[in-house]
Design a protein around this ligand. Sequence first.
Ligand code: MG
Length: 295
Amino acid sequence: MDALIPPGTSAELLYTGAAWTEGPAWLPRTGRLRFSDIPNNRILDWDQASGETTVAHAEAEFANGRTLDQQGRIVQCSHGRRAIEREGADGGTEILVDRWEGGRFNSPNDVAVAADGSIWFTDPPYGLHPSGREGRPGPQDYEGCYVFRFDPGTGVASPVVTSMTHPNGIAFSPDGGTLYVSDTGFYGPHPEAKHILAFDVDGGHAAAGRVFATVPHGASDGFAIDREGRLWSSAGDGVYVYAPDGGLLGHVPIPETVSNVCFGGDDGSDLFITASSSLYRLRTLTTAPHPPTGL
Ligand code: MG
């Protein structure tokens, strides 16, 4: 880990005061870290220059995970709209897709963009829970919880993984040849489902998954891949780092349950960590696979 994190470095608290943070994404043009505060139904921006955190969107329909597409636009998951949506330059959101074969999605949770520009997302049911804490209560329109691939060219979403309990975090390897998806059935009726699976990707298809890693505490809600293909995963007690072969490289303790991470900052080497009520930053010696780009 000394090759990955400057010795003596620990995570730095940037913001606290949320109910449950998720969905970090670095916005290069503005130098801001965008994240969701799902139960408070708002989207927050932490500004690198000022250190201030402000509300980017209130009444955000329980937005969850997000990423940037190949044009640098924000693509995000909406629990409330049961949709994948894209934010325009004016800050307004446009629904890209909200159904499959006529039925609505459950509550899209996290999203990644493939090398071919298609948008892959997970669809567990958390936003439909009767409590209404993270979305709009309601029934599932299809049995199960799938990973979908949305083709912006055709406007159609198709299932690519149908074998998981509650697929949640999602990311691609730097070469796009491997898809990683975590299962958080652990938090529901399937205590054994807390692993990260790896799938070989061939075009728009994912082969049968293999168990890549299982975090020792809690579950892997979300993760990020660095330029060498290492996987930095959230967990109940911090961040775990895995080599591309699944070997555990190390653990970075965080004093709150971690939901997700992303790389960002001016050179892409800062790991931003959403953790329960807070946002943290960890300086690292690696970077995101590609230089930060964004509108
Ligand atoms: Mg998630």
